[in-house]
Design a protein around this ligand. Structure first.
Ligand SMILES: NC(=O)c1ccc[n+]([C@@H]2O[C@H](COP(=O)([O-])OP(=O)(O)OC[C@H]3O[C@@H](n4cnc5c(N)ncnc54)[C@H](O)[C@@H]3O)[C@@H](O)[C@H]2O)c1
Ligand SMILES: [Zn+2]
Ligand SMILES: [Zn+2]
Length: 374
């Protein structure tokens, strides 16, 4: 009945090459074994999508971008047992296969079935489910959410609470667990601590939420775009710094403001210079620096080796260190129970056919998170 087993023709955004995107009619094949076809309801625009669109990750074009999605399962392929047609689901940029070394380790979450580092642009079997005008179209991060329908491996999909408001919870697929989780789960920010957050976009704002929820007494927000400051203050940032307007390097200003350096520093931009600034803003002895931003793949981070011995910690964080399928549904429930309020992160919601307007708002720095609605 309906569309089961059939190819679906629908609208999707295709990035033909870097910095070139248009909405096209595409064909979406039925899911193969172990895959799920989803009717998208909403998708956030994440900084990682911007890296893809600018060609900063070695991905195959043409591709359908997007990964921070919420939708309803349309059909499932053979052997799929964790979701069924009609379920509300989120798509996951980092899957959880429950078989690989990272999934089996108590602390690991960077599943080796992920398609971020390196990127293949395909499903797990090496083929694609999308085509346009007879041409194969690649996936991005095995999710591809800027489309009315997508196909995703079962290990990169999770069922969520039936009561979830689908126009908002897409953020709990990536930005919220990444930022909020970096603070509450990875750093375990302590009450009364001082935090500094470099980058006040969607993910950095979720870091602020997590620092505030953990009882940080001072949260210093750093961004070169001052349009972000009022939103950041509303979330709990106590001091805003624009490095372009400072007379000294920002880490020196943070050191002066705090006297001893920050307890926790978060880099949520993806530049090596701001990673160094975050590292140098931490207390020498007990400071913890968390790297969340995705730097260009060939870049190197160069630290003063002698300073490491003083005791501070450098830690990379992927998706808040959460095992995604195990933990993300609980974050949705926490939101429904008013334990986390993600609403202030969503500054704009636009219909999918206004994609270019949404990307313009993102590129001109006028949003925290913009959500596309299908
Ligand atoms: N580790 C993970 O699991 C994970 C998950 C999601 C996103 N990310 C990465 O996190 C980063 C942020 O994502 P986002 O969605 O918040 O992006 P975003 O574009 O919404 O936010 C980035 C912010 O950084 C600011 N900025 C840019 N250059 C700056 C500079 N030199 N100094 C200070 N501020 C600067 C921008 O004005 C913007 O407010 C990206 O690199 C993304 O790829 C990582
Ligand atoms: Zn795995
Ligand atoms: Zn993301």
């Amino acid at each position: 009945m309906g569309t089961a087993g059939k190819t679906i023709t629908c609208q999707a955004a295709i990035a033909w090459e870097k910095n070139s995107i248009s909405i096209e009619e595409v064909q979406v094949e039925p899911p193969k074994a172990g895959e799920v076809r989803i009717k998208m309801v909403s998708s956030g625009i994440c900084g990682s999508d911007d890296h893809v669109l600018k060609g900063e990750l070695p991905m195959n074009f043409p591709l359908i971008p997007g990964h921070e999605g919420a939708g309803i399962v349309e059909t499932v392929g053979d052997g799929v047992s964790s979701v069924k047609p009609g379920d509300k689901v989120l798509t996951l940029i980092v899957p959880q296969c429950r078989e690989c070394d990272a999934c089996l380790h108590s602390k690991g979450n960077f599943c080796d079935k992920q398609d971020v580092l390196p990127c293949s642009g395909t499903m797990l079997d090496g083929t694609c489910r999308f085509s346009c005008k007879g041409q194969k179209v690649y996936h991005s991060f095995r999710t591809s959410t800027f489309t009315e329908y997508t196909v995703v491996p079962e290990i990169a999909v999770v069922k969520i609470d039936d009561a979830a408001p689908m126009d908002k919870v897409c953020l709990i697929g990536c930005g919220v667990p990444t930022g909020y989780g970096a603070a509450v789960n990875s750093a375990k920010v302590t009450p009364g601590s001082t935090c500094v957050v470099f980058g006040l976009g969607g993910v950095g704002s979720a870091v602020v939420l997590g620092c505030k929820a953990s009882g940080a007494s001072r949260i210093i927000g750093v961004d070169i775009n001052e349009k972000k400051f009022p939103w950041a203050r509303a979330l709990g940032v106590t001091d805003c710094l624009n490095p372009k307007k400072l007379k000294k390097p920002v880490h020196e200003v943070v050191m002066e403001m705090t006297g001893v350096g920050a307890d926790f520093a978060f880099e949520v931009i993806g530049h090596t210079e701001t990673m160094l600034a975050a590292w140098n803003s931490c207390n020498y002895s007990y400071g913890v620096c968390l790297i969340i931003g995705l730097a260009p793949l060939d870049s190197q981070l160069c630290l003063e080796a002698s300073k490491i011995v003083s005791g501070k910690t450098l830690k990379g964080v992927c998706l808040g260190d959460y095992k995604t399928r195990d933990c993300i549904p609980q974050l949705v429930t926490d939101y429904l129970q008013n334990k986390i309020n993600i609403d202030p992160l969503i500054t704009h919601q636009l219909p999918f056919d206004k994609l270019h307007k949404a990307l313009e708002l993102y590129h001109t720095g006028k949003t925290v998170r913009c959500v596309l609605l299908f």
